[in-house]
Ligand binder design. Structure first.
Ligand SMILES: Cc1ncc(COP(=O)(O)O)c(C=O)c1O
Length: 394
């Protein structure tokens, strides 16, 4: 697992990843680990069609790899679906935004995407067979902000109050449930699947089921699979196509971020990644944690003689007091040292914030041979200037 620092290739970045004024921060995926996580999910549940949730990290270079391994994609906006389609033409796209317009629905239907209606109101706008999202009412998980299966959730129709007439509606070809992200237990995820199957058994037009995502960053796919096999055996009988749409559990632990320390003063190391990069960590630190450590400029961990380590704050680059990622115990940090942030392979750059208009950092993949391959150039100053420019600025 990535927690084993020796297994992570930070040392292999020395001489390869340059952190300088032009590129003070970067994200690095270990492509071997990405493949290992993808294969672990497929190996645990070979009967299913697995889709990667794009909102975790929509890099085309990653999507192409997932498509080559047989994955489809989950898109929570029309644009995400287009990104998936451009990266991997012909791959399955599950489309489930809660705010689809009529024209988005028409475009998705024309492109052959598997559309998930979030409500009966949306179902009324749909003309082709689709999924209907249900709320399996499994209750909130540990993190309220990413829980969507309590009684107040606006996602899906309550599973126990579906109109009887849906059983005769040939558009109800699939059923979809997603209960939350990171804070949900395997028991809750499996209960959701159980309720989804119970709904499917009452609806004769059912052709597919979508179990959603939601396993935590360190989720063990084998545990999830074993619990599903025990509690929801019908999923494995071949009567329906079964989709999953994991994001975090496939990617979170496969990447680390690196930032040069720009200033170290008064017990605070200021780096080039903050609330723009780890938005949830900064605004809701009680819910989200990211292990950090300090390296020297050659990517070797700073080692402390006995009693030399002191607690120091790691602050982001944005102009507000709360832009703080946390603290580390380390020897005194110096300008030019490197802060490494772990478990940032999901929901980091994909949640990039425009606060202070700093460009997104570049992203690399470390391949099995130890080569650093570019996955994304990030943003240039010109990209950001273009974003804020008036339409007629030329
Ligand atoms: C509908 C849906 N599916 C899948 C996911 C992916 O969840 P996770 O990354 O926790 O697996 C999400 C995340 O919010 C989602 O809303």
């Amino acid at each position: 697992m990535v927690d084993d620092h020796a297994a992570w290739p930070a040392a292999r970045l020395a001489g390869r990843l340059k952190l300088d004024d032009a590129q003070p921060a970067a994200l690095v995926y270990d492509l071997t680990q990405v493949q290992a996580r993808a294969q672990a999910l497929q190996g645990a549940l070979p009967e299913f069609t697995h889709c990667l949730a794009l909102k975790a990290a929509p890099y085309a270079a990653l999507l192409r790899r997932f498509a080559a391994w047989g994955f489809g994609f989950e898109a929570a906006s029309l644009t995400e679906g287009l990104v998936a389609q451009q990266a991997a033409p012909g791959a399955v796209v599950l489309f489930d935004s809660p705010a689809k317009t009529r024209s988005e629905i028409a475009r998705a239907e024309a492109m052959g995407w598997v559309l998930s209606a979030n409500s009966l109101d949306e179902l009324a706008r749909v003309s082709r067979p689709c999924s209907l999202r249900i709320n399996p009412l499994t209750g909130a998980g540990r993190i309220a902000h990413t829980s969507v299966a309590d009684a107040r959730s606006r996602f899906g129709e309550p599973f126990d109050a579906l109109p009887a007439a849906l059983a005769d509606d040939p558009r109800c070809a699939g059923w979809h449930a997603h209960i939350g992200s990171q804070g949900c237990s395997i028991e809750q995820l499996v209960l959701a699947a159980r309720r989804l199957v119970d709904v499917a058994l009452r609806h004769p037009h059912t052709r597919w089921l979508n179990l959603g995502g939601g396993l935590p960053a360190q989720g063990v796919f084998g545990d999830y699979a074993a619990a599903l096999r025990q509690t929801v055996p019908e999923l494995f009988e071949g009567r329906w196509t079964v989709y999953t749409e994991m994001g975090r559990s496939l990617l979170a632990t496969t990447a680390r971020a690196y930032s040069r320390v720009e200033y170290a003063r008064r017990g605070v190391a200021t780096i080039h990644l903050g609330a723009d990069f780890l938005l949830r960590r900064v605004y809701r630190p009680e819910d989200w944690a990211y292990p950090m450590r300090v390296l020297d400029a050659d990517f070797a961990p700073l080692t402390a003689a006995a009693g030399e380590a002191v607690e120091q704050t790691i602050a982001g680059p944005l102009c507000f007091a709360g832009d703080v990622l946390g603290s580390v115990q380390a020897p005194p940090i110096r300008e030019g040292d490197i802060v490494e942030i772990d478990q940032v392979g999901a929901y980091s750059t994909s949640m990039w914030s425009r606060h202070c208009s700093r460009p997104m950092p570049p992203v690399y993949g470390l391949d099995a041979a130890g080569a650093l391959v570019p996955l994304s150039a990030g943003e240039s100053e010109a990209d950001v200037l273009r974003l804020w420019a008036a339409p007629d600025a030329g």
